[in-house]
Design a protein around this ligand. Structure first.
Ligand code: ADP
Ligand code: MG
Ligand code: MG
Length: 210
């Protein structure tokens, strides 16, 4: 099964639902090592994305991803808004004018998205950020795509790796973002952005039918 503009819109709606459902959890994670607003930021941003989807009706995968990017950048004040926004923007560029994405295109879009976050935030693997969920997700996605998986299976592989990556941020000391102000005291807590990345990828995979 391919992944059309409509499928991506459905995935974004599923993402909005999971973010709303986990709003308090994300706030709590950010309270421990940040400023307690990650759940609120993500919820506000994704609500705005689905509201815009209702009125705009983008017709291609790229236009749908670009809509998400623009809305997230303009509605989320925190660090995560521009970072997620950049990820969606770079994913939009990566899919080009394709009307239906196969597994390889989905994996390439994820990789481009991660590269966008790295380009903007300069975090490396191990810095205790969303990159610690995204990097293993991208690698698993690529492996799945290379063995012939469709978009949904690629997303499922990415989500599984992202959950492990997010879990593993617990032991890390933050070197980027607000949590880095805590130094060693940031260890012992899961990074909120890594957790939201894992939740979103799971929602996208389930929406795609994995
Ligand atoms: P803020 O820190 O401005 O309040 P949020 O709470 O919404 O923004 O988002 C915090 C999350 O953003 C962190 O948990 C981390 O995953 C991510 N983050 C912060 N800085 C960076 C960075 N430089 N690179 C990648 N991710 C980052
Ligand atoms: Mg915060
Ligand atoms: Mg904040």
């Amino acid at each position: 099964m391919g992944c059309t503009a409509q499928d991506i819109a459905s995935a974004l709606r599923a993402g909005a639902a999971v973010v709303a459902e986990h709003r308090d959890e994300l706030i709590q994670l950010d309270r421990e090592i940040g400023d307690a607003d990650h759940g609120e930021n993500m919820d506000r941003g994704f609500r705005a994305v689905i509201a815009k989807l209702e009125t705009a009706g983008p017709e291609t995968p790229a236009a749908t991803l670009k809509l998400a990017a623009t809305v997230l950048i303009s509605t989320v004040g925190g660090a995560s808004g521009p970072l997620y926004g950049t990820a969606f923007l770079r994913a939009a560029t990566a899919v080009g004018d394709e009307t239906e994405l196969d597994g390889r295109a989905v994996a390439a879009a994820l990789q481009a998205g991660m590269e966008g976050v790295v380009g903007r935030g300069r975090a490396e693997v191990g810095d205790k950020t969303m990159i610690d969920a995204l990097a293993p997700a991208v690698e698993s996605a690529r492996n799945a795509a290379e063995s012939g998986a469709d978009g949904a299976k690629v997303l499922a592989a990415a989500a599984e790796a992202a959950h492990q990556g997010a879990q593993d941020t617990e032991g890390l000391v933050a070197r980027k973002g607000r949590a880095s102000y805590l130094g060693e005291r940031s260890a012992g807590h899961i990074d909120p952005g890594a957790r939201s990345t894992a939740l979103l990828l799971t929602a996208f995979a389930e929406a795609a039918g994995a």
